[in-house]
Design a protein around this ligand. Structure first.
Ligand code: DGL
Length: 271
C-alpha cells in the first residue's frame, strides 16, 4: 500500500520503557497517530543474544507494517544496537533508533568523567564500541551494566527499597570514579529519575535521549514531507505480547491515562 502522510508511526520496546520515548514523540508531534508495541513476553532483551533480538524486532516490524506505519521508532537502546541495521536493510521508510547520549555527555562534563548506565547487551554491542571509539577520546567513559533494573520498572517498583538498593550499588560505582555526568542508556531508566537524582545529588547532570529521538523523527518525516496533515490530535494504540491486563496496569501508571491494551498474537516467522 502507498504511504500516506496520515498513516501511523510505530514505536516498540521490550516492554514499557519505550513509553519514555513515546511521551516526547507525543509532545513534539501532537497530530500523529501512534502505535506502541510492548514485547513484554520476551523481556528483558538486555540478556538475550543479538540474533534473538533481531528476530523479535523483525516480527514486530512486520506487524507494524501490516498496520500501515509510515515510520518506526525503535524505542529501545538494546534493540537499536542489535537490530536497527537488519530493519533498515528490510524497509525503506524512516527507522529511527535510540543510542546512549555519549556525545552530548562528553561535551557537558567538567570532571572529564562520564558514566553510562545500560543493559549488558547494549554495552557489549559493536554499535556501542563504535560510539566509544568516536567520542570516548574527549572524556573518560565508565560503563555500568544494570541487571534487574528493567524488571523493577516493569513491576512498577519505581522507588521501592529493592530498586533504591540496586541503584545505590550501580550509581556508587560511577560516583566513586568522579563522574559528574550520567547517561541513561536504557529507555526504562528515565522512570527512575527521581530516585537517581536523590542518590547522586544536584551537581550531577543526567541525560536521556527522548527529546533527541523525537526531534530526529520530526526531521526525517519533515524531510520526506510525511508529517501528518490534520488539525485534530492523533490517537495512541497499545499492543503487547505479554498479559494484557498486567501490561495495561503498567502503561496506565506510566502514561498517566486510561488506555486499552490489545494482545499481540504471534504473527508468524519473518524469514
Ligand atoms: N528499554 C530497553 C533499552 O532501552 C530495555 C532492554 C531490556 O529489555 O533489557 O535497552
Amino acid at each position: 500500500m502507498a504511504q500516506d502522510v496520515n498513516h501511523p508511526i510505530g514505536v516498540f520496546d521490550s516492554g514499557v520503557g519505550g513509553l519514555s520515548i513515546l511521551k516526547d514523540i507525543r509532545a513534539q508531534l501532537p497530530y500523529e497517530d501512534l502505535i506502541y508495541v510492548a514485547d513484554s513476553a520476551h523481556l528483558p532483551y538486555g540478556t538475550k543474544p543479538a540474533a534473538y533480538i533481531q528476530e523479535r524486532s523483525l516480527m514486530i516490524a512486520k506487524f507494524l507494517v501490516a498496520r500501515n506505519v509510515k515510520a518506526i521508532v525503535v524505542a529501545c537502546n538494546t534493540a537499536t544496537a542489535a537490530a536497527i541495521r537488519t530493519l533498515r536493510m528490510r524497509y525503506t521508510f524512516p527507522i529511527v533508533g535510540v543510542e546512549p547520549a555519549v556525545k552530548p555527555a562528553t561535551c557537558m562534563t567538567k570532571t572529564g568523567v562520564v558514566g553510562v548506565l545500560a543493559t549488558n547487551s547494549t554495552l557489549s554491542s559493536d554499535k556501542f564500541s563504535n560510539l566509544i571509539d568516536r567520542f570516548g577520546r574527549s572524556a573518560e567513559i565508565i560503563v555500568q551494566p544494570c541487571p534487574g533494573l528493567v524488571e523493577q520498572v516493569e513491576k512498577g517498583e519505581l522507588s521501592t527499597d529493592a530498586t533504591r538498593d540496586m541503584l545505590k550499588l550501580y550509581l556508587g560505582n560511577l560516583m566513586s570514579r568522579g563522574v559528574d555526568t550520567i547517561v541513561l542508556g536504557c529507555t526504562h531508566y528515565p522512570f527512575l529519575l527521581p530516585v537517581i537524582e536523590s542518590l547522586v545529588g544536584p551537581e550531577v547532570q543526567i541525560l536521556d535521549t527522548g527529546k533527541a529521538v523525537a526531534q530526529e523523527l520530526t526531521r526525517r518525516l519533515g524531510a520526506d514531507q510525511m508529517l501528518a496533515a490534520r488539525t485534530e490530535r492523533g490517537s495512541e494504540e497499545f499492543w503487547t505480547s505479554g498479559i494484557t491486563s498486567e501490561v495495561a496496569k503498567r502503561i496506565v501508571a506510566l502514561w498517566g491515562r486510561e488506555v486499552t491494551v490489545r494482545a499481540l498474537l504471534e504473527i508468524g516467522r519473518t524469514r
